[in-house]
Design a protein around this ligand. Sequence first.
Ligand code: SF4
Length: 341
Amino acid sequence: MITLGKDEIAKYPFLADAGQYLKDKGFTLQQFGTDPDLRLSVDKALNRVLVSADGKIYKSDLIDGEASKEYILEREVFSFLLAIVLLKLTGMTTLIKRFALAEARRAEKFLEKDLGNISDESKKELAIKIIDDLFSIQIKKQDDFFIIPIANYLTHSINFHEREWKLINRHVENGFVFLTSHETVRLIRKELGNYISSKILNAKTPSMISGFEEPVEKLISLSKKFVTHTVSTGEYPPCIKHAIEVLEKGENLPHSGRFMLATFLLAKNQPVEQIAPLFKNAPDYNERVTLYQLNHLAGSSGSGTQYACPSCEKLKTQNLCFAIPECDNIFNPLQFGKKRK
Ligand code: SF4
């Protein structure tokens, strides 16, 4: 169990025991719906969710990770806890995933700053403890770097496909991988997002609270924007169907899965404009970036090379294969339904 100071709860509110925090402060959820002074925290919570739905990171009132006034600190934590209540009442997984990812990115900034804190050893120690407690990564400081055991590094970097994350391109000494504070925190971004979203998904859904109806309605109508109407042809191979299902649920599809899906659909002559909406439920969706990447894969921008759909063998190594008997004897998802033994 991590003991958090007041500033730390505002920076890492997902580590707090929500019910206990409210109780300790002497409030009930019902009071937030009716008391005009507490109402501000509900508005702030709604804003926190809206900003995350827009793919941005909520800007808190903390200055350098600290609050100038006690009430600012409390409102920071309240707005996080109330955002979870609003999300639970809304019941939209897509909004929860987006919120979790945005909150993970927000916490990432604080973790990076705390890790690199040279004037306050306790902040660095706490950041190291948080990462160890949540993700079992044993970090040590060595000169200007943070070092972690190779096995830890390999477990957590498995979904990174950029060259700089390959072990061969890292500085390794005596069984430890050397990372900057930025890289250390980047390594756990996805897992931090998953940790926050599973905490929210597993939290109990309260009954509707008087005064919360309006923000909940607002979020429900916003979430309609993220509903996709994908028609499954029934001819897609299981790996592709699975990738589409993951996106429809608003869950995060790894980069390799997005690459597979996009190159498969492009090879089936689906236009970029038709493929892009499939990704709009992804927690980190950005329309402009998605269209740019699809055009790049299609060869209509950049080098002009159209990227090929990966082989079944490659997809198996990336845990993207969900083979069924009909997959027997094919080498590429594009052959599914065509080639028979
Ligand atoms: S065998 Fe190939 S086509 Fe079938 S699920 Fe695996 S990757 Fe997809």
